[in-house]
Structures are given as C-alpha cells and as structure tokens.
Design a protein around this ligand. Structure first.
Ligand SMILES: [Zn+2]
Length: 267
C-alpha cells in the first residue's frame, strides 16, 4: 500500500482499539491521549517503509516516509536499507535469493515490530523527557506526512519538521505524566503491525515468518495470490480501503465521545 493508506490504517486501528479498550476493559482515555496515540500509531504505520531509500545526495527518491524530514530522513532510510540488507545476507539460507536492496526485509518482520514497540517504552522509561519528546516528534512528523500528503508536499519538509516539533513539545507539556510510556510503545508496535498487514494483501508480500525457516528459506515472501492481491495505488486501495479506514475511524470517535449520534447496536 501507499503511504497515506498505511497512515490511515494505523489511525483507524488505534481509534478502534481505544473504543474496544474503553468498552470492554473500562480503560478510559482523555481526548488528548486518544489523539496523541492515534498520531503516534498513524506515523508508526509508515515506519517499516523507512527501508526504502532514495538517492540522498540528489535529494530524490525514497518512500513517502523517507522524505518526511528532507535529506535527514532520506539519509536515515539509506542507513536502514543497508543495515537490513546486511541482516538479510547474514541470516539467509541456501534457497533465499541474493538481493541488492533491503526493502521489505528486516523492517517488515514481527521481531522488528516487537523490538521497536518494546524499545520505545524502554527508551522512555530510561531516558525520560527527551526520549518521549523525540519519539513524539518523529512519529507525529511521519503522521503529518502520511495523513496530509498534499499539504506536506506543498509546504515542504522544513514546515512539517517545525509543526512536528511544536506538536511534540505541546503534547509533552499537556499530557499528564505517568501512564503514557507503555501506551506509547504499544502505539508504535501496533502501527508497525498494521503496516505489515497492509503489505501482506499485496502480491509482493513480506517475510512475515522470519526467522522461522520454511523450505530452506528464512526470508520467504508471504502475500496474497496475484488474482486476489490489492494493486498498489489501485481503485481498491484508494477508494475501498481508504474509505473503510475512514469510516472505522469516524465511527470509533463517535462511539467514544458522542454515542448518542449512533444507532443503538453501535453505542
Ligand atoms: Zn512496506
């Protein structure tokens, strides 16, 4: 899927989870906490594609996400892509083909998802304020780039960076301390997981089973058969899936805060 679809799927998954936690487990959150979690999850749903590098020196190429913070994120994507490629070759088995590019390898696995989710919580617990602000800044920036793609392209990466900085500091000041860190890591992990699900319905697939070997391959790409696969950027993705994500997001917000507008079975 394309960047905006990934971001939208992350936002709707988080909002639906907040509603489920509220109704089924009695876990209430303030509107601000829900909004922050939604932004973090939407941004993190773009994170795995930070392995799609462009040409840094020419400031060209790369996935939506790699352009968020201009050459800085393009450089980061270049590094992540190369590290992923090294891990691929270090762990590949006999039947895994050689690769020249690390896209859709390490960052598209379950161990990576768990690691960044856990790492986020661990970093916040250990380094406190600056880790929280840094993670908020980074994921909010990605969310802005994904959810408001046209705006982000029009105003450029410097404005996106400034808005993300202001939002991160503002959020840190406004949110009550104490219970946010596990939720922050959880939002990052859920975002990455939703990204993997979004890529699994395309025909290229992802190595979702890694590092479990199957048929002498550690990096078998698992995807939906060609006939059923969602074409990247096609009508199903842009109209049907994005429409469904938007409806789920809006229904979840309504169910959380204005249940009176919904018909009885959905309240
Ligand atoms: Zn991807």
């Amino acid at each position: 899927m394309m960047g905006p679809s990934h971001a939208l799927s992350g936002a709707s998954a988080w909002l639906a989870s907040c509603w489920a936690l509220d109704r089924l487990a009695g876990y209430e959150q303030s509107p601000l906490a829900v909004a922050v979690g939604t932004a973090v999850c939407a941004g993190s749903a773009l994170l795995p594609d930070l392995d799609l590098s462009g040409r840094v020196t020419a400031n060209r190429g790369g996935a939506t996400v790699a352009r968020t913070f201009g050459v800085f994120s393009l450089f980061l994507a270049e590094v992540i892509e190369k590290v992923s490629l090294v891990v691929y070759h270090a762990t590949k088995l006999r039947k895994d083909p050689d690769r020249t590019n690390g896209h859709r390898t390490l960052t598209h696995t379950l161990p990576f998802t768990v690691l960044v989710g856990w790492g986020t919580t661990a970093a916040c617990a250990r380094y406190g304020r600056w880790a929280v602000i840094g993670i908020l800044f980074f994921t909010i920036g990605l969310a802005l780039r994904g959810l408001f793609e046209e705006w982000a392209q029009r105003v450029g990466w410097a404005v996106v960076t400034l808005v993300a900085t202001a939002a991160a500091f503002g959020t840190y000041v406004a949110l009550p301390p104490g219970r946010g860190y596990p939720m922050l890591g959880f939002a990052v992990g859920v975002g990455c997981l939703v990204h993997l699900l979004g890529d699994i319905v395309t025909s290229a697939g992802i190595p979702i089973l890694w590092p479990v070997p199957v048929g002498r391959r550690a990096w078998r790409m698992i995807g939906v058969p060609d006939g059923l696969a969602v074409r990247v950027g096609g009508t199903v993705e842009v109209i049907v899936l994005r429409g469904a994500f938007t409806i789920v997001a809006l229904l979840s917000i309504a169910a959380l805060y204005v249940p009176a507008v919904l018909p009885p079975p959905l309240r």
